[in-house]
Design a binder for this molecule. Structure first.
Ligand code: MN
Ligand code: MN
Length: 314
């Protein structure tokens, strides 16, 4: 098994060739692969402005600029890990969300069956639930850190169970995530009332509101997050955790969020944890700003996640 690396920019210009994540090889045979980057272009769970189905393609395009070594995590992930771009899951864009969930769960299960860790690129946040169903079938209940401006623990929407505001209610109810090892970071409102957090209190989940991040700083926030996480861990990054001044290209923007740099440092702070899967969701390119800054940030956060995984597999 060869050890794939991003195509060298000294032999092929960064803007050339069909875009794959960081110019890695596109490979559907995942034998021997450690991490599979997989697009999940589904936005049928979106409650406000749609468009994150176009996220994976734009994130791949913006990722072509990223170089391979992190000065801050002090790791070259492609030296330690076999990483490929596994393409996209062919999720049905029409029909019921249950049909989409079945396709996503089956696709992620195939990646896990090959022994690879899935790094999913959304798509809206509803995709996290079927991914977690597949991940926990392989690993058992996981700890979870969710970066988000929203809690996403609503039990239903227009009479249905599933949309991008409910994945973590069902993930806890289905026993996929251990609520004692579940922490949400960057949450802010406005919401509906303090009882928005009744579910969290009842289940013993941890919430780090954005004001706590800003008041205590990134390092203390990382300490608080790592106190909660233990054992196999899943990371879910909703790009709307970041302030729309830095990440406008998303479906449900909330002002007063993380800076790009805070987001990078928070992800770096997970280094060494045993990551069994992760996703980055809610990038909606048609609302993006000049320079595709949201997709560019998303691509860079995925690179930081790769470094985090690499540090956990020393
Ligand atoms: Mn979300
Ligand atoms: Mn959100």
């Amino acid at each position: 098994m060869d050890h794939p690396t991003p195509r060298s920019s000294f032999r092929s210009p960064r803007f050339a060739q069909p875009p794959t994540f960081m110019r890695l090889p596109h490979r559907e045979d995942l034998t021997g692969v450690d991490v599979a980057i997989v697009g999940v272009p589904y936005d049928g769970g979106t409650s406000y402005r749609v468009g994150s189905r176009h996220g994976p393609r734009e994130i791949r395009s913006q990722s072509s600029l990223i170089r391979t070594y992190s000065y801050f995590q002090k790791v070259a992930p492609f030296d330690r890990l076999t990483v490929v771009d596994a393409g996209d899951l062919d999720v049905p864009p029409v029909g019921s969300i249950e049909q989409a969930y079945a396709a996503i769960e089956a696709g992620i299960a195939r990646i896990l069956a090959a022994g690879a860790t899935p790094m999913a690129v959304g798509g809206d946040h509803s995709i996290s639930l079927p991914i977690l169903r597949a991940v926990t079938r392989a690993h058992g209940p996981v700890g979870l850190v969710q970066f988000d401006s929203h809690i996403d623990t609503w039990p239903e929407y227009f009479g249905g169970k599933y949309f991008h505001g409910s994945p973590f209610y069902w993930a806890v109810e289905e026993g996929l995530v251990d609520p004692a090892r579940f922490v949400q970071v960057g949450i802010r409102g406005p919401g509906y009332g303090d009882d928005d957090f009744d579910f969290h209190r009842r289940r013993g989940m941890t919430v780090v509101l954005i004001d706590q991040v800003k008041a205590e700083g990134v390092d203390r926030t990382i300490e608080a997050v790592r106190r909660v996480l233990d054992g196999p861990t899943y990371v879910s990054f909703d790009i709307d955790a970041v302030d729309p001044a830095f990440a406008p290209g998303t479906g449900t923007p909330e002002v007063g969020g993380l800076t790009s740099h805070e987001a990078q440092r928070l992800v770096r702070g997970l280094g060494g944890l045993p990551i069994v899967g992760c996703d980055l969701v809610e990038v909606s390119p048609q609302y993006d700003g000049p320079g595709q800054i949201t997709a560019l940030l998303a691509a860079n956060l995925l690179f930081e996640m790769l470094c985090v995984i690499a540090r956990g597999r020393g």
